[in-house]
Design a protein around this ligand. Structure first.
Ligand SMILES: [Zn+2]
Length: 886
């Protein structure tokens, strides 16, 4: 699964080091895997095959279905317990096999809390093979969970298409099943559908029969053995384009009329599949691989890796020539690269239980980054590694963090596990381990792991075992330190001692935590790469808390050269000054790493906060676009943290604008012919950041171009459309807001319309923000777009958005998918700087959340407390520095 844009769009806050108090996490005595719960259902029976027959009634949002489940009972039992949610059973019968007499159930007990159905047959069932036949009805939802409907306009007509979303525990809303990743089985799906519509599932259509009433019965080929959460069904007025790669048919499927916008996704899928067939050493095993684009959105995810039938919301698969930017092209490619990686890592080999979700998500995230860097070298994607690591550390240095591998007991906890730690820390740790063992050894280990466990289930140690065997290096011990313990190591670098032309440095390992609570730091074995600027690098593993290394030359010492290490580096003032003096000579990735460490360590009080601003002041205007993008994001985050301090903010903004404006002047508003792709992203980011800071030149130019957008086609080219609209919407008065609303109403493309309603939530004016909230409660924006409008409001007005959503809780809950429910409300409050919000969040949790579903509330509270602390303790330090230096 790829997380939704909203859930990862916290760039500026992250760069600021979304400051949080550190975790009082209990350190495990020794980093060893604990015994883990791997099932919720009794392990006395297991399915081998599901034959599902589905008849959706889209107009009434219900369906009827029947299923014949082939199963093996392994221990004598009085009942069969399956998962089922919101299903009504009309019959249930058990037989010893096809053609054998069936015995009707004597009792069917439904447990809504446990989401189970228990079937009894008036006798003890002995071990053996059986068939369970069930007939039932269920509901079609309006949010992306289970079987759901998405409504949209096409060619002026109202349309409704159906899709499924089963991860993590929603297959039980459509098929009574052993709905846990461990229980793999084959699936034979058939569906009765209206003539003229297209039905899509994991496997190709095997046969279509026209029924007497004019409908069609579509039978799909039987799937390979797989987990329930990977099953997919889609139905609607679709069109499909195909290509082939290595004998596999690759398809993209869209609503009618938008197929031409999916060409880049189709081409990307083909290139990615070719790359993965080689990397994994086992060819993609299904006959076809579709990617189904759907209008709308989810607060939880943007795309889902259903085996052979990837589901992607339109904004992550289509490129509309009226709106598509470089960032959109990157988004389409990385989403395809992520979901296709899952076809092996997740679908062919699956974690036994959600404790090891990171095996799916951390790996797919790493593979997505690696593949994008390889296949699009012009995007310089390797530089994103620092960004990924920062995203992870921003969460991991807080009291609310958890280990990469964590104990999951409930469906809510499984939903909350789709977070920065699982995705971004998982990716960063894999990158470090790959660098430690070498890319070839890592790939050989991965190939052995996939080959050994194909069609099966695993835990993390199954991967480490194969990589260790391939690498002949003790990778398991390091992997355990970083995946079974929470938190971020801190490597302190003592001043180098130079003797006979060689530098000796002492590295000491502590822990980077954002609070002041005195406690014993955890212990990690940390792979470190260090060198002098421009000189050779040396590799070591800091173990036992301290290591001395000798570099072949003297000079400014850089630790974590290449930035593959998952740790923070703290230099002495002298060491930091030496690096700052050579900053322009560092590779771009190390400039970004040094900036990120200085920002985070400055905000947490480990080093002077102005150290970061000194680096920014020394960054050449001609530095790499990604370096300036990161700086713009961090400065925008600092600007935001000055909320309510107008005088101090003015001084800070003046410093920030004086750094960023010359960079914008250098890249200009108009793209130069043949300019590098990252420059387009930088231009958009600079316009947004300077617009945020009220830069008069940027505001005037954005308004000038917006006013001319209909009369001069060069005024608002596609690449500038989003940044200009962002500035206009943020600074809108009532008349401008009304004009934006009129444009949103008139828009016919579902994808563009969703974006325009989001813009209405971006106003800085609280009165307009409130109008956006009122509008979000109506059906106007579309069932799946309202929650996004509320999230947009929360970016500028977290307190207003949270209070409003809680006051209208029942209405708002209709606008979000079930998987996001325990996360959406605390997510709105996360950017608050009001200490009073902590009590409000606790009250909300007490009233509406189970005790074991409060992970996101803890994260929001930790974020708020850290922001309050930064405002009180760090901003005055920056104010004093600004007064003396600028
Ligand atoms: Zn994923």
């Amino acid at each position: 699964m790829q997380r939704s844009l909203m859930s990862i769009a916290v760039t500026a806050a992250l760069a600021l080091g979304a400051v949080l108090p550190h975790a009082v996490h209990a350190a495990p005595a020794a980093a060893k895997p604990a015994a883990r719960q791997t099932t919720q259902l009794p392990r006395n029976a297991a399915p081998t095959h599901y034959a599902v027959s589905l008849t959706p009634d889209a107009a009434n949002r219900t369906f009827s279905a029947s299923v014949v489940i082939s199963l093996d009972i392994t221990q004598a039992t009085d009942s069969l317990v399956l998962h089922a949610a919101d299903l009504k059973f009309s019959s249930a019968a058990l037989s010893a096999g096809a053609g054998q007499p069936a015995q009707a159930a004597t009792a069917i007990d439904l447990d809504a809390d446990q989401q189970t159905a228990t079937f009894r047959f008036g006798r003890t069932l002995q071990p053996g093979s059986y068939q369970l036949q069930l007939a039932y009805t269920g509901l079609i939802g309006t949010q992306a969970a289970g079987l759901f409907a998405l409504d949209y306009q096409n060619g002026g007509a109202a349309k409704r298409a159906l899709y499924t979303q089963f991860e993590n525990s929603e297959a039980r809303r459509v098929i009574p099943s052993w709905d846990e990743p461990f229980y793999k089985a084959t699936f034979a799906l058939e569906a009765t559908i209206p003539a003229g519509q297209m039905a899509v599932s994991n496997m190709p259509v095997a046969a279509t029969t026209r029924l007497a009433d004019g409908r069609e019965l579509v039978r799909f080929a039987t799937s390979p053995k797989m987990s329930t959460y990977l099953l997919f069904f889609g139905l609607g007025e679709f069109e499909r384009a195909t290509t082939t790669e290595g004998g596999t048919e690759i398809g993209v499927i869209t609503q009618n009329g938008t197929l031409n916008q999916a060409q880049f996704a189709l081409d990307s899928s083909r290139a990615v599949l070719r790359e993965y067939n080689d990397y994994f050493g086992i060819k993609y095993p299904l006959p076809k691989l579709d990617n189904i684009g759907a209008p709308g959105q989810s607060q939880f995810f943007s795309a889902m890796e259903n085996w052979g039938a990837i589901f992607t919301f339109e904004y992550a698969i289509l490129l509309d020539p009226r709106t598509a930017t470089q960032e959109d092209r990157e988004g389409v490619f990385v989403t395809a690269a992520h979901e296709i990686a899952h076809q092996w890592f997740g679908n062919l080999v699956t974690m036994a239980w959600w404790d090891d979700l990171w095996l799916n998500e951390g790996f797919a995230s790493w593979m997505e980054s690696r593949t994008t860097a390889r296949l699009h070298p012009e995007w310089d994607w390797h530089l994103r590694a620092v960004h990924t690591r920062e995203g992870a550390m921003a969460s991991d240095a807080l009291a609310s963090t958890h280990p990469v591998i964590q104990r999951i007991a409930t469906v809510e906890q499984a939903s909350q596990a789709f977070d920065n730690i699982t995705y971004q820390k998982g990716e960063a740790v894999i990158r470090m381990l790959e660098e430690y063992v070498g890319a070839d050894a890592w790939r050989n280990g991965v190939r052995a792991y996939i080959a050994r466990h194909a069609y099966g289930n695993t835990v993390s140690d199954d991967l480490w075992r194969q990589v260790e065997k391939a690498a002949h290096k003790p990778v398991t011990a390091i992997a355990h330190d970083f995946t079974l313990q929470p938190g971020v190591p801190l490597i302190r670098v003592a001043d180098a001692v130079c003797r006979n032309g060689k530098a000796t440095i002492v590295l000491t390992q502590g822990e980077f935590a954002k609070d002041d609570a005195p406690r014993k730091p955890l212990s990690w074995r940390v792979p470190v790469i260090a060198g002098t600027v421009g000189g050779a690098t040396v590799r070591t593993v800091v173990a036992g808390g301290k290591t001395t290394i000798t570099l072949p030359e003297c000079g400014a010492v850089l630790v974590n050269a290449g930035q593959s290490g998952y740790y923070r580096t703290l230099y002495t003032p002298k060491g930091f000054a030496a690096l700052a003096g050579r900053f322009a000579d560092l590779p771009a990735i190390d400039q970004m790493g040094l900036l990120a460490d200085a920002a985070a360590l400055g905000m947490s009080g480990h080093m002077p906060a102005p150290g970061y601003l000194e680096l920014v002041a020394g960054t050449p205007v001609a530095a790499a676009p990604q370096v300036w993008e990161d700086i713009a994001g961090t400065l925008a985050g600092l600007h935001a943290s000055y909320e309510g301090k107008p005088e101090q903010r003015a001084a800070f903004d003046s410093f920030a604008r004086a750094r960023l404006a010359p960079v914008l002047a250098r890249v200009g508003w108009t793209a130069a012919p043949g300019e590098a792709a990252p420059v387009a992203n930088l231009r958009a980011t600079l316009i947004a950041a300077l617009g945020d800071m009220g830069d008069p030149g940027v505001l005037a130019e954005a308004r000038r171009r917006y006013a001319l957008r209909h009369s001069d086609q060069d005024a608002m080219p596609v690449a500038l459309r989003r940044p200009i609209l962002g500035v206009i919407a943020a600074n809108a008065d009532a008349a401008t807001w009304d004009a934006l609303l009129a444009e949103a109403r008139a828009e016919t493309s579902a994808m563009v319309k969703a974006e325009q309603y989001g813009l209405l939530g971006s106003s800085r004016d609280p009165a307009l923000a409130r109008r956006a909230l009122d509008l979000a409660l109506t059906d106007e924006a579309g069932a799946t777009n309202s929650a996004s409008m509320i999230s947009h409001v929360a970016n500028q007005h977290p307190d207003l958005a949270f209070d409003y959503a809680v006051a209208h809780r029942e209405q708002v809950e209709q606008k979000i998918d079930a998987t996001s429910r325990s996360r959406f409300f605390p997510g709105l409050a996360r950017r608050s700087a009001d200490p009073g919000m902590v009590a409000k969040l606790n009250t909300y949790a007490d009233q509406h959340l189970a005790a074991d579903a409060r992970g996101d509330v803890k994260i929001a509270i930790a974020s708020i407390e850290y922001r309050v602390k930064v405002r009180k303790e760090r901003l005055p330090e920056i104010d004093a520095w600004l007064a003396h230096h600028h």
